[in-house]
Design a protein around this ligand. Structure first.
Ligand code: HEC
Length: 106
């Protein structure tokens, strides 16, 4: 009996972890905030733009491709969303760090 309860507690624990919100590493969070990405994007949920996880699920981008899309978005990739404005003000190093993190999401 004890074993069954333990197994169930474990299963519930795993289920709640897999539903948990994505933890953004502090260094990345800072850049997402500074460059206003978070106003329109959440890792897990649709806001103005698609969830970063959804982007990776559908497109499986490499980091370089994401950097390019920050500077030159392609709204045709996301029907049903307003177009994202090109963000040429984002410094290259910061875009690279953000892109590397987005591309790591599953
Ligand atoms: C004003 C709202 C807004 C801001 C700010 C914004 N985005 Fe977006 N983003 C969108 C919308 C809407 C889409 C979907 C339509 C499109 O791609 O044009 C999108 C799409 C994307 C995509 C998918 C691109 C593709 O073609 O598949 C990525 C990656 C992305 N954004 C990253 C970022 C990053 C990183 C930042 C910050 C540097 C950022 N966005 C800032 C609204 C925004």
């Amino acid at each position: 009996m004890k074993k069954i309860i333990l197994t169930m507690a474990f299963a519930l624990g795993v289920a709640s972890i897999s539903k948990a919100q994505t933890k953004i590493p502090p260094a990345v969070q800072k850049l997402l905030q500074k460059n206003t990405c978070l106003a329109c994007h959440n890792p897990d949920n649709r806001l103005v733009g698609p969830a970063y996880k959804e982007v990776m699920k559908q497109k499986k981008y490499k980091p370089e491709e994401i950097v390019e899309l920050i500077y030159k978005p392609n709204p045709k990739n996301w029907p049903g969303y307003p177009p994202m404005a090109a963000m040429s003000q984002v410094p290259k190093e910061e875009a690279a760090i953000i892109a590397k993190w987005i591309s790591s999401l599953k």
